[in-house]
Design a protein around this ligand. Sequence first.
Ligand SMILES: [Zn+2]
Length: 239
Amino acid sequence: MKEELRLLIELQECDSQLVALAAKKTRLPEKILAMENEFQACREKLSLNRQKHDELKAKRAEYEAAIKKLGDGMTKTKERLLEVKNNKEYQAMLKEIETAEKTSGEMETRMIALLEDTDKLFVLMREDDEALQRETRRYEQDKKAIEEDLNAVDADAESWARKRAELQKQISADLQARYEKVKKRNNGLGVISVWKAVCSGCHMNIPPQLYNELQRSNEMLSCPNCNRIMYFKNQEKSE
Ligand SMILES: [Zn+2]
């Protein structure tokens, strides 16, 4: 193969790598962001039982305070009961104590039910905590791997750009201009391999005579359809 064509193929490799790395540099931060959002949603979901548990605990404290208040009230009423002379007032106070006792009893029943629910939620909460620990570890590992990948992108791009600059020095300005022009019009691919008379860029057939010429000639030939610079490559032979 003509030396300049070989260099051009290498140049194409540099350009393709640089395009892929630029895409990676955009894609990876998006991937990290999506992972962060997903993890945040998972964390919120796994905190629901804890929230419910805390709410029930607060409710239980409310009941406890209310029961204590009722108890204190009853103690005072019972003390006052000893000083009352009027029968009507005495009956009213007994009624007051009876109502307070009933209310207090009902609250205690509700509090016991609440205690059972709180215990059940406590078990679920512990399971959620363990699941969250697992998810956090997984998330941090995945994120670290992507961040390392992202850090390598710049170094990779720099190395390909250096190689490209070296190649540019060795390829004639005319050929580079031709390559750049064709590349621009063909999704970043200016040089393309041909095998079994098919252009691997546009997948069109190369006329037999041109295909023969491609395998023998030293000319820089173009695909008649997509205009890319062609080179013959036996795809069955490993390099
Ligand atoms: Zn073509």
